[in-house]
Design a binder for this molecule. Structure first.
Ligand code: GLN
Length: 253
């Protein structure tokens, strides 16, 4: 199958090498005989509703977020339509924040979001930095371990009753207090976890890829043929161990 990917603002939102997540999707799709076609969607380029099986956006500093936020907010309808029609979506950190209703920066400025996720984000005085370990709250993989790295001033508050990505075992998560991290709406996932996220969480990469394939084929999501993943499991073990050692304390920025 050809899996069509829309990569949002790749030249602006790519902090912590988040584009590595695209490399993982490319490799894991090709390993199953599928072709991933990645199209950059950036300032001024058209986003055709229904043209993508997977939409992806990485993280960025407040400065880069400010540069793309108006363009992203103008795509709110197309992005919500794509998610409602079953496209897969993965948003990381700054991209995650801007797919909520909006982000209030440290200077008090409000960046209107796309409203894909029912949440809002307010930048705090301290930054939440370090390795993170979660237990998945996704119904497809309850309790599975998710490891990554976080660095955000934003405190993200989900509307009551929202689905999350995981329960925080070590680290801060969405706001340092709720005990949860990330958000899920249909086949759309938002998370603070950099790393990049997917090389150290191969099962999560395959889950999102199965959603994208389901959108491409029109069939229901099917489990993908397992890959060996020795290196990925080793990366997960190292990342998880570091998170457990950390505990989670605000770092003065
Ligand atoms: N600028 C946002 C914050 O500080 C997002 C940071 C990021 O993408 N790592 O919360």
């Amino acid at each position: 199958m050809i899996i069509r990917v829309g990569h949002l603002y790749p030249e602006y939102l790519n902090i912590y090498a988040d584009r590595g997540n695209i490399a993982v999707f490319l490799h894991r799709a090709a390993s199953r005989g599928h072709e991933l076609r990645v199209e950059p969607i950036t300032l001024g380029t058209r986003l055709e509703p229904g043209a993508h099986d997977l939409l992806y956006v990485g993280g960025g500093q407040d400065r880069e977020q400010t540069m793309i936020a108006p363009d992203l907010a103008a795509r709110a309808g197309a992005l919500r339509e794509a998610v409602e029609a079953g496209a897969a979506l993965l948003a990381v950190c700054g991209g995650y924040q801007l797919l909520g209703r909006g982000y209030r920066g440290r200077d008090g400025s409000w960046l209107e979001g796309a409203g894909v996720f029912p949440l809002e984000t307010l930048a705090g005085e301290t930054r939440m930095i370090g390795d993170v370990l979660l237990e998945s709250t996704l119904e497809e993989a309850p309790g599975r371990s998710i490891a990554g790295f976080e660095n955000h001033a934003g405190r993200t508050v989900l509307d009551p009753g929202c689905e999350t990505l995981g329960r925080v075992v070590a680290g801060f998560g969405n706001d340092g207090g709720s005990g949860y991290e990330g958000c899920r709406v249909g086949r759309a996932l938002g998370t603070y976890l950099h790393g990049p996220l997917l090389p150290r969480n191969p099962w999560l990469a395959d889950l999102v890829l199965s959603w994208a394939l389901a959108h491409a084929t029109g069939a229901g999501p099917q489990p993908l043929t397992p890959l060996s993943d020795e290196l990925e499991q080793e990366a997960h073990a190292v990342s998880s161990a570091r998170a457990r050692e950390r505990g989670g304390r605000p770092v003065r920025s």
